[in-house]
Unconditional design. Sequence first.
Lengths: 385, 228, 392
Amino acid sequence: MTRAGFVIANLFRKKTRTILTLLSVIMSFLLFGLLQSVNHIFNAGADFIGATRLVTQARVSFTQPLPLSMKPKLESVPGVARVTHSQWFGGVWQTNTPLFVFALDAQSYHDTYPEWVMPEEQWRQFAQTRTAMVAGRQVADKYGWKIGQKIPISSNIYPQKNGSKAWAFDLVGIFDGKDENWQRQTNQIFINHDYFDEANLFGKGRTNFFVLKLAPGADAAAVTRIVDGMFENSPDETKTQTEKEFNLSFVKQIGDIGLIVRWILFAVFFTLLLVVGNTMAQSVRERVPELAVLKTLGFTDGSVLGFVLAEALALCLVGGLIGLALATLMGNLVEKGSGGQFQLRVDTWVWSVGIATILVMSVAVGLLPALRARRLKIVDALAGR
Amino acid sequence: MSESMVQVRNVTKTYERGKQKVEVLQGLTLEIPKGDFVALMGPSGSGKTTLLNLIGGLDQPTAGEVAVGGKRIDTLSSGELAHWRARNVGFVFQFYNLMPVLTAEGNVELPLLLTRLSGAQRRKNVAVALEVVGLSDRARHKPRELSGGQEQRVAIARALVSDPQLLVCDEPTGDLDRRTADEILGLLQVLNREHGKTIVMVTHDPKAAGFARRTLHLEKGQLLEQAA
Amino acid sequence: MLRQVRAITGINILSIPERWAPSLVIVIGLAGVVAVFTALLAMISGFASTLEAAGRADEAIIIRGGSETELNSGFDRDSTELIKQAAGIRPGADGKPLASAEMMVVAELVRKEDLHSGANVTLRGVDATAFDLRPQLKMVEGRKFTPGLRELIVGRSVQHQFSGAEIGHKVRMRGSEWTVVGTFQSGDAYESELWTDINIARTTFGRTGSSSVLVALDGTGGFDTLKAALAADPRLTVDVVRQQEYFSSQTRQFRQSIGVLAGVVTTIMALGAVFAALNSMYAAVATRGKEIATLRAIGFGGFPVLVSVMIEALLLALLGGLLGAVIAYVLFNGLTVSTLGRNFTQVVFSFKVTPELVARGLVISVIIGMIGGLLPAIRAARLPVTTGLREL
């Protein structure tokens, strides 16, 4: 036996009580893990994007397309190395499963986004074949698409010139991401803008976004000012922002997810504190004579405080770790089950915050009982006072 | 037996119960030589347990001096007292001795957690202590699986395991039947006569006191000496 | 039997204050579950009812085939006229069909609490018929816009959530300036919009025709007549949807995703609450060990003891549930928020804590209370009398 063994043995004094308390802790941290990862995705999902690209959209909303004729003007701005464009296709798989399909210019896109990994041969095929499409690994895997197949995709916005919303494209390449973060984004599909613009009923030489790749050393803020200044007071006013800001602005429109998550977790942990705190308090109260005997044996007041705190820590740590592990498992299942659509990853950040919370919680629930244990007088305790 | 084990000089202990001040011990002086086996008797409220607590270093006197093994313990801080107790005293109480969550072995090992002995050494000392009290075959049992007498034996083994010079016992047989009580008291005698332990025992039972070498009587915080 | 139950329960309830700590755990635990559950559902209910309030069964929206939302849809001038003349549309008092061609443009306003990020709101270009078809829409401040001028009227909800939309202010869109001249109220999704004259919107934004057409249906057969008439015309590709159906489909996605969130969160919290309740009730039974044993020794049966424990659990659970409902109501009822609708524009809505929601919350807490009380109650009833007395 060791001091640690003694602490653990004491936890099982009242087995039912310990197990029920442990289960409460597990449930709380399960919820914590899931909610924090949801929150994290929404509010920090853009962290991995560097600051090398700007996105230009119509000022009012990205749903208003801009004319392609703007492109030369954008290319002329000092600090801009490359300009590519992208248009939202409104892709639908089979009856009503949404797809992330973008019509773009293969060559300039390839230059602007080195983070996509695909054999050069496939990029060339994509650029040369008008009806070609390339798909990200995640979405290709989900639907079992193979290179060489003709994939039927409909659009819920753009019909072909014959009025039909059903389109089909030849899959010539499958791309992956250069690292874990980019790999998570491989649920996109690209088609050729030229073909799309010409073949669709409303083709007008327009695009939703221009992506500007900055030259090394260029000042993003300056370029932004110049671009937006060029089109101010014109019918096609622009809003330019860094790619990261662009991603975040979308989330902000959904609402303050962080606030909702915080409120829920507050309610949960407030209750948990009560539950575990009560358990610890009861446990110490029942053991007053035993704690006194420990002191008679020569354990100092400080040691006894340590024992109680260690007990609180053991309880919270075991429950918390199991809860976080369950959350990670559930998150993985959700992610796999939705083919990458719901990326609920309980990552390092969530675990770190989780462990910090466990530690704070241990002290919060253990401190008062531990102080009580430290303070108790041997003589009074043994006499039953 | 001439060397002094316990020296209590002019000790007073006062408690405050609400607004009242109760003087439990008044200017008490006493000496216990090494190797002695003393029984402390007296009516309830006489202060015998209080005196025992002072001798064992569980409490401090309001005035006066207490020295054990030549060392003044009334001037020690509570932390120092804890360290001192670990090395110098073993306790046996009437109730609550054992941790219900540990086995007999585990209970006896507890004081050794305060030492720097390795796990193997600790287990060896535990085995020896359990052998002395004759309970080696019950080492793995939990207290609820032991009889009252067996529990007290384990308590005694624990009191011995750090090899202290002084054993302090507060009504050790108060909760036991006659036969078991006699067995426990016989064990204490063996520890005193063959192992040289100095024992101070509080009891209300004259038959138990009979096992000691001498008996001291207390009444209202004062000592009335009487030879065994 | 009933007398026994009443007697024991009475003793039981009176002794709850002695066990206030574990009892508090149940009350607060259940308050938390019910509060969160009620708040999330109030959010769904508020969003759905705001959108659905705008939907009538006797009006239909016509949009371009397959576009699903007004924003994705668009008709040229000829198509718009064809649609307005189709069979199945009820004529108005002046004999002309009650059909409103409407044009949607996306505008940007700044949120009140976050002045740096813009949010998209809908600008709807309309003519007079639009008002006829929406009797619930009333002007509450200022005046209607003057056709031909760049003037706007603004929904009250928009003014609550966004800055820069008060009367007299100017809103900039696509290089043009528009003045807000009035405020309207309608109690539904239209209140999250800016309205202006359709013709000035057409000329300013270089568009012709419309995004959608809203019509009043002529009698019970009107919908089918209209649908058939439009389908038969080879020049048109349209979807005809009852206004009610249009809005309820708009809420489906929101309802589903928040519904899933509410379900998952509440289930996990409820499980946690069950464990906490079990813990507390076991503790309560343990504390009362002597008392129960004494009662049994006197002659009270095991069943009344069981019932009394269950009643204690239920009482505490109900208390917790009520507390949770009150908290949800006080904190959330009427709270106005906005989020992204299907058009990628904002919809402003309020949380709605309805009596039905409160009832559902109470049912949940009662169920949890029963589960949390049952096992401990059985243990209490079966405790051997001698064991209990020994704790004396």
